[in-house]
Design a protein around this ligand. Structure first.
Ligand code: PEP
Length: 244
């Protein structure tokens, strides 16, 4: 399985000029990369960037109409966008996204032929209360409700412990490995072993160029979702290379 390395730019950078410069530097740096690389800039830059696989950071579950400020999956498909990140913890936290809404977005996006980076992960409080497995299982089961075996080919799961995102406190290899195994077992119980083995499970949370390789080589992850470090072209290119 080819690793998937995704850069989540979040609400950065501040101008289209900077976005294009960053994108072009990344494009140049990963020319010979063996991994699949996807860059996820803010919506407004999507139509201005090309030459690399692109992902959006969100979409909405209705097709069109009176939903001020929203972007539909079909609009993304029309721009030739390949991926969409759904269920990111920042959306769950700041925009109160529920598992049910995330599930509707996943199904709508799959229906439009988009590939999904479906984020799950426990908070520090849930981890301390020994509730990690329970939380991950609920997020997976509710997020994937009604997703068919065939559609699972377009699902990538990003395990992103909330306490590790943007904190510099990345999850250890051992703990990541046990979460990746748990996620795979949950997928196997929901679908079957083959689907579980073929579903890419990414790690995300303070990935840097000096810790990135170990998640793929030692923790059994099939890719990375990179936030902060994807805003520095050299660092992101190093991270892509470390996955090979
Ligand atoms: C993310 O936004 O998905 C993320 C993992 O951020 P960071 O790498 O900055 O922790």
């Amino acid at each position: 399985m080819k690793p998937l390395i995704a850069g989540n730019w979040k609400m950065n950078p501040n101008s289209a000029k900077e976005a294009k410069e960053l994108f072009d530097e990344i494009k140049k740096g990963i020319k010979t990369a063996k991994s699949e690389v996807v860059v996820c800039p803010p919506f407004v830059y999507l139509s201005q960037l090309n030459g690399l696989s692109l992902g959006a950071q969100n979409d909405f579950y209705e097709e069109k109409g009176a939903y001020t400020g929203e972007i539909s999956a079909s609009m993304l498909k029309d721009l030739d966008i390949d991926y969409v990140i759904l269920g990111h913890s920042e959306r769950r936290k700041y925009f109160n996204e529920t598992d049910e809404q995330i599930n509707k977005k996943i199904k709508k996006s799959l229906g439009q032929g988009l590939k999904i980076i479906f984020c799950i992960g426990e908070t520090a409080e849930e981890r301390d209360a020994q509730k990690k497995s329970e939380v991950l299982e609920k997020q997976i089961k509710e997020g994937l409700k009604g997703v068919t075996r065939e559609e699972m080919k377009s699902i990538n799961i990003a395990y992103e412990p909330v306490w590790a995102i943007g904190t510099g406190n990345n999850c250890s290899v051992d703990e990541t490995m046990s979460s990746v195994l748990f996620i795979r077992k949950t997928i196997s119980d929901l679908y079957n072993r083959e689907i579980a083995d073929n579903t890419r499970i990414l790690y995300g949370g303070s990935v840097k160029k000096d810790n990135s390789g170990s998640y793929i080589k030692d923790a059994g992850a099939n890719g990375l979702l990179v936030g902060g470090a994807s805003l520095n072209a050299d660092d992101f290119v190093e991270i892509v290379k470390s996955a090979e």
